[in-house]
Ligand binder design. Structure first.
Ligand code: AMP
Length: 394
């Protein structure tokens, strides 16, 4: 791996400025409903403290749009961090300014400080250089452990690296290791599973994946745009009518590149998207007024046949409307099958990660990404600004 990680720095007596991802869901009483992101940041923080450093944490939470917002303060995060670290965490009321600078002056090895939500300042997302410089002035070393924002050039991900020696935390290091191996030297056969709602989000990924993979299994609502482009009736299923030509183009290219694109052979259809909907299983064609919401038995069998011999699998997007259990069978069957495969299995973040978590299969996958958008951009072959900006290993 070419990028420096926290392991490569002498941390003794240093102030370690860590960009973490504490963008956790909060309920109406501002209680954290899922603390996974905070928990996963602990190894990097502990490493810095164990090696004699002090830690200054920064993160965004929600979309405050450049203004302070009482419902998006990081106080609940501070409380949870205290519990998880078993030590005091001092939270500041801002992330820049003279109070912050003064507070940081008194920091000692072993201390942990948490800055206020970065996105209370519009300069964060604008990657404003004086804002980035001010953040950087708080630390001696910058560590990025927020993969979910690495595809954005923000002051706390990219800007700050211009002023400090910088490397990845353990979370980002693992993401880089898995995604680099997928892009550069995947063990073959390499199979991608693409699902979810929108073709437009994932269209770019097909182009790049086709240079690498042996097969792409397409499920979810995305499949209907592809089927329709072949003249198949998809009834009332979700469709991106303006993407039909693009879908056809991808199918034509896949033939030229000798990449097998497998579209659903049958479907679970319903009269509405509802737990109490009337459902039935149909073949390739979907009758008018019926909505395709999951892949059918034959498709599941076909997908498993292709996956059986795979050495590498990447999965982005559920193959059905899994939030409603009636339409979650395809996603459940595929996840269960992957769990027992000896292949390297990489799960894109977002909804696919949520589906795997719902099924309790997290431990059975090689890697579950913490960034949906970032992982897609990696697979598209794009350079992620937050990663590109980190120092290279000599
Ligand atoms: P995406 O953000 O593009 O990965 O889409 C994820 C969403 O796609 C999930 O909420 C799924 O429930 C949804 N989805 C999957 N299959 C279908 C389908 N056949 N029709 C409508 N939505 C679907």
């Amino acid at each position: 791996m070419k990028k420096k990680s926290i392991r490569d720095f002498d941390l003794k007596g240093k102030k370690i400025l860590i960009r973490a991802d504490f963008n956790v869901p909060l309920d109406a009483d501002l209680k954290i409903t899922d603390d996974t992101r905070i928990k996963s940041s602990i190894p990097t923080i502990k490493h810095a403290l164990d090696r004699g450093g002090s830690v200054i944490l920064m993160s965004h939470l929600g979309r405050p749009k450049g203004e302070a917002n009482e419902r998006m303060r990081l106080d609940p995060v501070r409380d949870r961090l205290k519990e998880l670290l078993g030590r005091d965490v001092r939270k500041l009321n801002d992330c820049v300014g003279s109070d912050v600078r003064d507070a940081v002056k008194s920091i000692r090895p072993g201390d942990v400080m948490l800055l206020e939500n970065l996105r209370f300042h519009k300069e964060e997302e604008k990657n404003d250089s004086s804002f980035a410089k001010e953040l950087a002035s708080l630390g001696d070393i910058f560590i990025n452990d927020a993969f979910g924002t690495c595809h954005r050039a923000h002051a706390s991900t990219e800007g700050v690296t211009k002023y400090l020696p910088s490397g990845s935390g353990f979370l980002v290091e693992k993401e880089i290791r898995y995604f680099e191996s997928l892009v550069e030297k995947p063990e073959k056969p390499y199979v991608a599973i693409l699902g979810g709602a929108k073709v437009s989000d994932k269209i770019q990924v097909f182009g790049r994946l086709m240079d690498n993979v042996d097969a792409i299994l397409v499920g979810g609502a995305m499949a209907y745009t592809f089927l329709k482009s072949q003249g198949v009736n998809v009834g009332g299923s979700k469709l991106e009518a303006d993407k039909l030509d693009l879908a056809k183009d991808i199918l034509d290219k896949s033939e030229k590149k000798n990449v097998k694109i497998v579209l659903p052979l049958d479907h679970i259809v319903a009269d509405k998207i509802d737990e109490n909907a009337e459902t039935k299983e149909v073949g390739r064609e979907i009758p008018d007024k019926w909505i395709g919401l999951d892949i059918g038995k034959m498709t599941i069998k076909k997908f498993k046949e292709v996956l059986k011999t795979a050495k590498t699998v990447v999965w982005n997007g559920p193959v059905g409307y899994f939030e409603i259990s009636k339409f979650g069978n395809g996603t459940k069957e595929i996840a269960g099958f992957l769990a027992d495969l000896s292949a390297t299995t990489v799960i894109g973040g977002g909804d696919t990660a949520a589906a795997i978590a719902k099924l309790g299969l997290e431990e059975k996958m090689s890697h579950i990404s913490t960034g949906g958008g970032a992982s897609l951009e990696y697979l598209e072959g794009k350079t992620l600004p937050g990663i590109a900006a980190l120092n290279d290993r000599e």
